[in-house]
Ligand binder design. Structure first.
Ligand code: ADP
Length: 537
């Protein structure tokens, strides 16, 4: 039994819900995980059952406390990290969902996005939100629900505050506050249940003005979303609610909430402007601390008045988002969302059948010594950052009679590193962080399934010409939520203290000549050129 305070974190992800108990040295004491049912009602549609989300969160949290051998009295606070953009709608009084959640991967609102872009609104939306108009974000999902759910007068009920919209954080805060009755979340009518979100999650709705962190009246009008149905945005570290005593046997405060990638940035202790982390899973998400100001984003200091050319130059295919807000202090972040990285290895295994398991790919690639001019561009579902080309489809180029299955395996792994290299270079130029004349090393901290591939990590360090550090705690998302919750609960007082808790499991040093790097990138750019449908260069 731990003698000191512990933090219970819930990491509600796309494919599973996890809970981890951390002690005050950031050591994981116990964890639990439950798969989440993926619902595909039609091609391009992806849904989750909100009740399953909430019940799985409570279930894994209880199990994690058991495996950690922790008593509920040891828990100082609860932290939540969650899949972002996924949208839930429910009845305000009872907390009953009105439909399944529409998941971030869902493409049903592509047509709404086209209409918005055709109406010439994309640049204005970018300058207010930092986001590129895409079905990925929540606003068009809410619009779709208001237009299509078979519920009489839904728009009117939203205007009255009779129904609530929220991302998964908001949904969990609501459900944890209501408590349980007969083993299920209580649906007894209540009018005092908090309706809250944190600013990182809010920044992914496409409704939050990223400059002042309030719902933007013009965006609410464009999408027709009533403010009465939206949660109040709160700092990521602070008291959100208390978990109802019926759930864990006593009330526990929820004091840290953030979207999963933002939590991972915090969990990787990227506290200084220019610090970067990359999470390598199914896709890769690179986030860089962009400091406290929006000047980087607007090119000026705030109004967002920019020409289209300025905007193209300024966003360069990246997203501008909230890193986190702790107390009054906000930290912005630049983000690159790369859709297909680990999924490429999965395709080699399950689609092509040329690999029996992902781990084998590292030795295959090392044995080969070189890619022999073979490049794989994994645009299976289009390309995200920095290209945003939804119509591109994957390609393999440079095949000769000497090409073998092993070259394709190596090309698949290299494609992850090439894609990350492209966005790191853009981020560096946006952040104006240069290593020339500044010997301070620019380490990138990494986590996720693909970091278990030594070939890929070494190749990534070589291509970037910077060291890579793999976090000792693989679950950096949960750790970030714990850090946020623990700071607000007084377990940790400063970011310095958190930075000292961060530990490295493995470090890769760059070891490649500049000419080799240039040769490889030229090959990748040529493969990209042949693959993209919207190539401008
Ligand atoms: P997610 O959270 O997106 O489900 P994970 O962080 O669990 O992702 O990572 C899973 C991904 O990592 C899978 O796509 C898998 O193919 C890839 N992966 C896991 N181990 C390896 C490995 N040793 N080499 C290459 N890829 C790997």
């Amino acid at each position: 039994m731990p003698s000191k305070s512990v933090i219970l974190t819930i990491d509600q992800g796309t494919t599973s819900t996890r809970a981890i108990v951390f002690d005050e040295t950031a050591e994981p004491l116990g964890s639990a995980q439950k798969e989440l049912t993926q619902i595909f009602p039609r091609s391009g549609w992806v849904e989750h059952d909100p009740v399953e989300i909430a019940e799985s969160a409570i279930g894994v949290a209880r199990q994690a406390l058991q495996t950690a051998n922790a008593s509920v009295d040891d828990v100082a606070a609860v932290g939540i990290a969650n899949q972002r953009e996924t949208t839930v709608v429910w009845e305000s009084s009872t907390g009953r969902p009105l439909s399944n959640a529409i998941v971030w991967q869902d493409h049903r609102t592509a047509e709404i996005c086209n209409e918005i872009s055709d109406a010439g609104l994309a640049d204005d939306i970018w300058s207010r939100t930092g986001l590129i108009v895409d079905p990925y974000f929540s606003a068009t999902k809410m619009r779709w629900m208001l237009d299509h759910l078979p519920i009489p007068n839904l728009q009117g009920r939203a205007e009255n505050g009779d129904v609530r919209f929220g991302t998964v954080d908001t949904w969990l805060i609501d459900q944890l506050s209501r408590g349980e009755r007969s083993g299920r979340i209580s649906d007894a009518p209540r009018y005092d249940v908090p309706h809250l979100t944190d600013v990182t999650n809010a920044s992914r709705t496409m409704l939050l003005n990223i400059h002042d962190l309030t719902w933007d009246p013009d965006l609410l009008r464009i999408f027709g979303i009533p403010e009465a149905a939206l949660p109040t945005p709160m700092p990521s570290a602070g008291t959100f609610t208390t978990v109802h005593a019926s759930i864990f046997g006593r009330e526990i405060p929820v004091t840290g909430v953030a979207g999963d990638q933002h939590a991972a940035l915090y969990g990787q202790a990227c506290f200084t402007r220019g610090d970067m982390k990359c999470t390598y899973g199914t896709g890769a998400f690179l986030l860089a601390n962009a400091g406290a100001n929006v000047d980087l984003f607007t090119g000026a200091s705030g109004s967002g008045e920019m020409s289209t050319a300025d905007l193209d130059e300024a966003n360069a295919g990246l997203l501008f988002t909230l890193g986190w807000q702790s107390g009054g202090a906000k930290t912005y972040a630049l983000e690159a969302s790369i859709f297909n990285t680990g999924s490429t290895t999965q395709w080699l295994r399950d689609g092509l059948g040329i690999l029996s398991n992902a781990a084998d790919s590292s030795d295959v690639a090392v044995m080969l010594g070189d890619n022999a001019g073979v490049y794989l561009v994994p645009a299976f579902s289009g390309l995200g950052s920095p290209h945003w080309d939804p119509h591109a489809r994957a390609s393999i180029t440079g095949i000769s009679r000497g090409t073998t299955r092993d070259h394709i395996i190596r090309a698949a792994l290299e494609s992850t590193a090439f894609q990350v290299k492209e966005v790191v270079d853009i981020m560096d130029s946006r952040l104006r962080v240069s290593r020339r004349g500044n010997r301070r090393e620019r380490v990138i901290r990494v986590d996720g399934g693909q970091t278990r591939n030594p070939f890929l990590m070494q190749f990534q360090a070589d291509l970037l010409d910077r060291p890579i550090e793999v976090s000792a705690v693989d679950e950096t998302t949960a750790l970030g939520a714990a850090f946020l919750a623990g700071r607000a609960a007084g377990v940790w007082r400063t970011e310095r203290e958190l930075a000292d808790l961060w530990r490295c499991a493995h470090r890769y040093e760059p070891d490649m000549s500049q000419s080799e790097r240039i040769r490889l990138m030229a090959g990748w750019n040529e493969a990209l050129r042949r693959t993209k449908t919207n190539f401008r260069g």
